[in-house]
Write a protein that binds this ligand. Structure first.
Ligand code: ATP
Ligand code: MG
Length: 600
């Protein structure tokens, strides 16, 4: 495989860590020292552990706090459309999750059985997630926007025994396919209002019959806790299995990567149907005893700023796609609000263009801290986190407890191995990002796909499928997904750096870059561009953008062809579906599009 790789397009200045606004302990502000001082066993000792032995995620997230000084603190604050708030304290959440766990017991649900949610950001989702864990059952969230097929597919793979959803979703997406889901014994409706559909139960009604506190299931660290389907960006979604020990990583990363401390007000904008919505929308912040803000509506810049201001959000975790949307609306919109409480912003899900990091400084007087992880890793692995200065455009460096390397791949994309160990690349070379196997939130399997799981590991490393390079200071730079990188005229081109360069042009709102077959070059760099608001797509703009990209990237790397689009196809978790653009261009089948956002 060709190893020439493109240079970083623009050297963006390093942003020094802002000591004034970090809450982190002083010893953690030194990268090397933070790593040296860290061990997973120490982190496990920070957790409470179940009174009778064992570990349970929900106990660490909720009950532990309800028994102490945080009992009366808001654990969850649901912000309604009109700005009013419904809050649950840690004590409330303990009582409610107890009742849900008691209900599962009353329904005869056994430990290890799967409980699915198909809900928006309603309180019942959070109660069900944590109550399920207390009962020792396995929680699996689905996007509420999924159609009937993706729901059936995932529930069949997961063997869902219980589903918690709404009347409308049940009627439209489940009722007709109950026969195809023989393992589904109970459907609980959150809005039955005393009149459940045939074949379902009224959640409020059945909960009313459950009494008293429950004893949390004595789960062990390796007991299955969560089932998360991947975003399906590269193909059919995989069901990643996580265990209760994952809470050790949620705890560490909440503190170290997101700088969470008990007096924080934290807002994670991720949809609860996706792994981020569970790991960081529920577990990690609650383990740290913070107040979690939940926005019950769809994304809208003005509304988001109002929430940040009114809730006095201190730490905010969001995604590049959302930030790019805010950027389009203009920094002055942010500056019109009192966001003085905000002290830390982080992003995940896709590469974060340096342009967006710089815009964060303009809009919030804060940089955006990019971090990288996957459904399979269960928690943040690589991050521009408080212990380090930020390098815009870089994913950051591995967190304490995480060892990362760059593995050589052969022409088929398989790791190069010698005598059972994989070949690691030097700084600057592009290869597959690998993580030393064995961190607590590492997935323990793909449900029903053992062989595929084993193929993810070689020589003691977990292979992530993403291509990166590491610089001399240990920062990792995302190049592209293994399947997305472009080989053109002997160059290995990462779509991310071409997209980032295009995004620097004022006329560009979003861009996606793919390689299309070409007899001469091998692949031709092709860009799909969504023009900024008020900008007309034209041949002149096309020429202008090609010229702009050439000046930034050089002729070998800049796109040869630019197509204007109204919107890019994305997954529901906000990731650009480059494979779909490519399939459409080549007239090939679109593959699994179950996570495609509607209307794209
Ligand atoms: P599938 O595995 O089904 O194709 P997916 O990989 O998109 O879907 P997720 O686990 O939700 O499913 O996403 C993880 C992926 O998202 C990473 O492997 C990486 O490609 C991308 N990603 C996440 N965060 C970042 C980041 N900070 N920078 C670059 N890429 C990121
Ligand atoms: Mg993936």
């Amino acid at each position: 495989m060709t190893t020439t790789s493109t240079p970083t397009p623009t050297q963006w200045p390093v942003i020094a860590k802002d000591l004034g606004r970090l809450a982190v302990a002083p010893n953690l502000l030194d990268y090397d020292r933070a790593r040296a001082d860290f061990s997973w066993d120490d982190e496990r000792r920070r957790l409470a552990g179940l009174p009778g032995g064992g570990v349970n995620i929900a106990f660490e997230a909720v009950d532990r706090h309800a028994a102490g000084p945080l009992a009366a603190r808001d654990a969850l604050r649901f912000v309604r459309d009109d700005g009013t708030v419904h809050a649950l304290t840690y004590a409330d959440l303990t009582a409610e999750t107890d009742r849900f766990a008691g209900l599962l017991a009353a329904l005869g649900v056994r430990r290890g059985e799967r409980v699915f949610s198909l809900l928006g950001r309603v309180p019942e989702l959070y109660v069900a997630a944590l109550g399920t864990l207390k009962h020792g059952a396995v929680y699996c969230p689905l996007f509420a926007a999924f159609g009937p097929d993706p729901i059936r597919q995932r529930m069949s793979i997961g063997g869902g025994a219980v589903l918690i959803t709404t009347r409308t979703l049940y009627r439209k997406r489940i009722a007709a396919q109950r026969d195809a889901l023989p393992e589904l014994r109970h459907v609980l409706l959150v809005d039955a209002d005393g009149a459940p559909e045939p074949g379902t139960l009224d959640l409020a009604d059945v909960l009313a019959g459950v009494r008293g506190p429950v004893t949390i299931a004595p789960t062990g660290p390796e007991d299955m806790a969560l089932l998360h389907f991947t975003s399906g960006t590269t193909g059919r979604p995989k069901g990643a299995v996580h265990v209760h020990d994952a809470v050790t990583a949620h705890s560490a990363t909440g503190r170290l990567a997101l700088d969470l401390h008990p007096d924080d007000v934290f807002w994670c904008t991720a949809d609860p149907g996706w792994v981020t919505g569970t790991s960081y929308g529920i577990i990690a912040p609650l383990v740290q005893g913070v107040t979690v803000v939940v926005d019950q509506e769809e994304m809208d810049p003005e509304r988001w700023y109002r929430i940040l201001a009114a809730q006095r959000v201190t730490v905010w975790y969001t995604a590049p796609t959302a930030l790019r949307m805010l950027m389009r609306a203009g920094a002055e919109r942010a500056r019109a609000h009192d966001l003085s409480a905000l002290r830390y912003i982080a992003s995940v899900g896709e590469p974060l263009n340096p342009e967006v990091v710089a815009w964060g400084l303009e809009a919030f007087d804060l940089p955006v801290h990019d971090n990288w992880w996957q459904t399979e890793t269960g928690g943040i692995m690589i991050s521009n986190y408080p212990a380090m200065d930020i390098r815009p455009g870089s994913m950051g460096r591995p967190l304490p407890g995480i060892e990362a390397a760059v593995v050589a791949r052969d022409d088929e994309g398989a790791p190069v191995e010698h005598d059972g160990s994989v070949a690691l690349l030097d700084d600057g070379e592009v290869g597959e990002l690998a993580l030393r196997a064995g961190w607590p939130s590492m997935f323990r399997g793909y449900l029903d796909e053992e062989e595929r799981y084993h193929r993810c590991f070689a020589g003691g490393w977990y292979l992530t499928g993403d291509l990166v390079r590491r610089d001399a200071d240990g920062y990792f730079w995302f190049v592209g997904r293994g399947d997305d990188v472009i080989k053109s005229s002997g160059h290995l081109i990462g779509p991310f750096e071409v997209e980032s360069a295009l995004l620097e042009h004022d006329a560009v709102a979003e861009a996606a870059v793919i390689g299309l077959p070409d007899e001469v070059a091998g692949e031709l760099v092709t860009a799909f561009v969504e023009p900024a608001a008020g900008v007309e797509a034209s041949d002149a703009l096309r020429r202008e953008l090609v010229g702009f990209a050439r000046r930034r990237l050089g002729a070998a790397v800049a796109p040869r062809r630019i197509e204007f689009v109204d919107a890019l196809p994305k997954t529901r978790s906000g990731k650009i579906l480059r494979r779909l653009l490519k399939a459409r261009e080549l007239g090939l089948p679109e593959g699994d599009t179950s996570t495609l956002e509607s209307g794209r």
